[in-house]
Design a protein around this ligand. Structure first.
Ligand SMILES: Nc1ncnc2c1ncn2[C@@H]1O[C@H](COP(=O)(O)OP(=O)(O)OP(=O)(O)O)[C@@H](O)[C@H]1O
Length: 601
């Protein structure tokens, strides 16, 4: 059944609304993986306990807590984009804190848990601080050093840690079999493992998870949505350390002993490669990774003790060679590619703006006031003493030949670039010293020359991050029916399959959803067909007339500019050579020759 929506100008057919139910938080693949993953953990825990196989009970408990640590390693690596080779130190710190508290000072296990998690968080903070400054392999090296130093520290502080002798703690009560042979420890490991698998599936679908992925994939896009990438990284380290700490505190009761040798670099490498080999971002990935990298060499091939590192390396090498997206990632990819790809239907521009909305702002105020702005890159003067203003509720075209400074100007307007001189006021507030995310909070939205539709997020998530960044609790200004229809359509699409032109439009829709009053659009119509351009001009007019938005748009298509702009500013070599209503600027003799160049740019 389809419904008719009146947009004022058109009657268009919309898909049936999914507003009441909405799409499920997990996609089908994630749901299946969670069910299989938890079922594997339950069977692997219950069967050895029921049969009284004490060796296997210990092996499974240990593998389960390694899975938990790897899940949180995955959160750090996949959701937050942080390369940490020191995750074993976080795990070890939690384990050792329990060992010292319970084994040397006689505290109860619940108190030991508190010490363990606190120790993990302290190491997490130590990792998070460099992560605020350095990224990727630089951060990898910092955390790698921490992982190498950690066992040395345990030796160095032997009066506190018992040094080489380690700490023996039997934790008999926790290991005593109860119903169907399950010990409290096995139940704790199983519950923690199941929660970790569930977390790995749900976290990317939460608002925090989406914001973390945006910050990791495109710090500029994140800042333009008011997100602080540094804060996201810090939060990721804290969450990962908390989860890993919970896994680490179960290590001493599982093994009955802690010693520095248990927390060498290889445990960090195990957690890292378990994520890569199993499949980044796949809920079942860490189970597959730990099975291949821990269970196979250490348990199934235990007799070939001297060949274990070789098996370890060989498995990792072969999986990476044959399945670059990891075992589970490879299987999911293979199954997805077998399905018929869904094409993205054309977006109906006339549907986007809620027809019931009316302009909120008086036209005529100044929204953006620029005075004597200058920006220099080395020898290049990108912005040369620019003074101009943008009235509230107007569509302002910014044109000029390639390299004339249009994008540089937008970058200063939304806080990406600090100017060298001059002032910019947005709604009367000086913004030249503000960060991009603070400018975003003032209601300035931004799209990019290369649209930031991120493959790290699902197709719908790429739009939803606009709703996440909403500045006010008011209902969205985009037609709810359109949002529902878009969610329905994008929910079934892979992000890679969205065509280039539609990506730009999705980015525009995303920024409208943030409630921004001022939109800075960088070549939003590039790649659109002539018909789409006409419709897009209608959308810009709707945004102005029905929502009262102020729009500054950079555009090479001068026909589009003429069709839609109230006023236009022309830049040449960073300087304003004409500004005013379209007709007068078009007739300006300094501008006319430039337009021939721009038309052919
Ligand atoms: N980060 C940077 N470092 C060095 N030079 C830069 C930087 N950003 C811009 N420039 C230079 O500043 C000048 C203006 O560039 P800008 O991208 O603002 O021009 P534009 O009008 O947006 O061009 P186009 O239409 O091709 O996008 C160019 O000479 C460019 O090379």
């Amino acid at each position: 059944m389809t419904s008719k929506i009146s947009t004022g100008e058109h009657m268009i057919a919309a898909r049936p609304s999914t507003a009441r139910t909405g799409p499920s938080i997990l996609d089908r693949s994630a749901k299946i993986q969670v069910v299989i993953g938890i079922a594997i953990l339950v069977v692997a825990t219950v069967v050895p306990s029921a049969l009284g196989l004490s060796y296997w009970i210990g092996v499974i408990n240990l593998a389960t807590i390694y899975i938990v640590a790897s899940v949180f390693m995955g959160l750090l690596l996949v959701d937050a984009g942080q390369v940490s080779f020191g995750h074993g130190a976080v795990f070890g710190a939690a384990a050792y804190a329990v060992g010292v508290a319970c084994g040397m000072h006689g505290f109860s296990f619940p108190v030991g848990i508190l010490f363990g998690v606190a120790a993990a968080l302290v190491i997490g903070i130590l990792f998070a601080l460099p992560a605020l400054r350095v990224q990727w392999f630089y951060l990898g090296f910092v955390t790698l050093s921490a992982a190498m130093v950690f066992p040395q520290m345990l030796f160095a502080f032997d009066s506190l840690t018992n040094g080489l002798n380690g700490i023996s703690i039997p934790f008999t009560a926790l290991n005593t079999p109860t119903a169907i042979g399950l010990s409290i420890l096995s139940i704790l490991s199983l519950v923690l493992g199941s929660l970790a698998i569930l977390t790995s599936a749900i976290f990317p679908k939460t608002k925090l998870g989406r914001r973390m992925r945006v910050a990791a994939a495109s710090p500029e896009a994140a800042q333009s949505l008011g997100i602080s990438p540094g804060r996201m990284r810090f939060t990721a380290f804290m969450i990962a350390s908390f989860g890993t700490g919970l896994a680490g505190v179960l290590y001493p009761p599982t093994v009955g002993f802690v010693s520095p040798n248990a927390f060498h670099l290889d445990i960090s490498i195990l957690f890292f490669f378990a994520v890569i080999v199993g499949g980044k971002g796949q809920p079942l990935g860490t189970i597959a990774g730990i099975t291949l990298l821990y269970m196979l060499p250490n348990v199934f091939l235990a007799q070939l003790v001297e060949y274990r590192p070789l098996v370890y390396g060989l498995v990792a090498f072969l999986v990476m060679l044959l399945m670059p997206s990891g075992i589970i990632g490879g299987i999911v990819r293979w199954l997805t590619l077998r399905q018929k790809p869904q094409a993205m239907p054309a977006l109906q521009f006339s549907q986007i703006v809620d027809a019931t909305q009316s302009a909120k702002h008086p036209v005529g105020d100044i929204a953006i006031e620029i005075e004597g702005l200058r920006k220099v890159f080395g020898n290049v003067v990108a912005i040369n003493n620019v003074s101009m203003n943008v009235r509230r509720g107007e569509i302002h075209g910014l044109v000029g030949a390639n390299g004339s400074g249009k994008t540089s100007l937008l970058n200063v307007l939304n806080g990406f670039t600090n100017s060298d001189a001059g002032s910019v006021k947005v709604n009367g507030k000086e913004i030249t010293s503000l960060k991009a995310r603070d400018v975003a909070h003032l209601g300035v939205g931004r799209t990019f020359q290369t649209p930031r539709i991120l493959e790290q997020l699902g197709a719908w998530d790429n739009v939803q991050i606009g709703l996440d960044a909403k500045l006010s609790p008011n209902p969205t200004r985009v037609s709810p029916a359109f949002v529902d229809s878009l969610r329905d359509t994008l929910g079934r699409l892979r992000t890679e399959s969205i065509p280039h032109g539609q990506r730009r439009l999705l980015e525009v829709i995303r920024v409208i959803l943030t409630d921004a009053d001022i939109l800075l659009l960088d070549e939003p119509a590039a790649g659109l067909s002539p018909e789409e351009r006409v419709a897009f001009a209608g959308l810009l007019r709707d945004l102005r007339d029905k929502l009262g938005l102020t729009i500054v748009f950079v555009e090479h298509d001068l026909d589009l500019v003429a069709r839609v702009a109230d006023r236009v500013t022309v830049l040449e070599s960073g300087a304003v050579i004409a500004s005013g209503d379209v007709a007068s600027v078009w007739e300006n003799p300094r501008v006319k020759p430039l337009f021939v160049t721009v038309r052919h740019a």
